[in-house]
Design a binder for this molecule. Structure first.
Ligand SMILES: N[C@@H](CCC(=O)N[C@@H](CS)C(=O)NCC(=O)O)C(=O)O
Length: 212
């Protein structure tokens, strides 16, 4: 894989799945055309590449399509992994899957049930199983699997960020002190700031926009 391959990413700035894909693509150093879309107005060319109709979608050379964020991360880091994010890959897979398939539905229930306080509080309670797990890890090391950032931190933190902002005052005062510290470091990182910059919408802009 070289920079000669044409790569474009359909993305939505505030989507946590797209955030983790953009971070892995950015750290890989590959040149990526960024196609910022609106979820309520997806471009037909994106749907032609992937009828799943979710972001992120990575298109390689106009033919190969990767439309799962975790697979995009792995693909990018397999091309180039300058900070060794893949170093704990085998060990971190279970935790990432727990985030995606167990924590994420609870997060959605917590986030979208603000009209039903009882259900929201129940979701907050349920979320503690996963949060306790990562708090426990972060009491031992600066990041989830070591003292350096690895794949799991990047795959998981956009969802914890979303969770924290549902009720940031509560979260900051909660027992999850190590998570709070970890989250702040990742949110304030240069890499995250870079991938969170505002891009013009793909449909409106006639010019090619690159990630970063
Ligand atoms: N499993 C997918 C999930 C991606 C996903 O659900 N993305 C949301 C945005 S955060 C989406 O595109 N939803 C479609 C919609 O809202 O129309 C992945 O990891 O890429």
């Amino acid at each position: 894989m070289t920079n000669q391959n044409q790569l474009f990413l359909y993305s939505f700035r505030r989507c946590p799945y797209a955030m983790r894909a953009r971070m892995a693509l950015k750290i890989s150093g590959l040149k990526i055309e960024l196609r910022e879309i609106l979820l309520k107005d997806k471009p037909s060319c994106m749907l032609e590449f992937s009828n799943k109709a979710t972001v992120p979608v990575l298109v390689i050379d106009n033919k190969t399509v990767i439309d799962e964020s975790y697979d995009i991360m792995l693909w990018a880091l397999k091309q180039h992994d300058p900070d060794n994010w893949l170093v704990m890959f085998d060990k971190s897979e279970t935790l990432i899957k727990q985030c995606d398939f167990e924590f994420k539905p609870i997060l959605d229930s917590y986030k979208y049930n603000d009209q039903n306080k009882e259900l929201q509080l129940k979701s907050r309670e349920d979320s503690c199983i996963f949060l306790n797990k990562i708090e426990h890890r972060l009491l031992k090391t600066n990041y989830l699997f070591s003292n350096e950032i690895t794949l799991a931190d990047i795959a998981i933190f956009p969802f914890i960020r979303q969770y924290a902002y549902v009720d940031i005052k509560w979260f900051e005062k909660s027992e999850f002190k190590a998570i709070n510290l970890w989250l702040k470091k990742l949110i304030n990182s240069e890499l995250f700031e870079t991938i969170m910059q505002k891009y013009p919408l793909f449909k409106q802009s006639n010019k090619t926009v690159f990630l970063g």
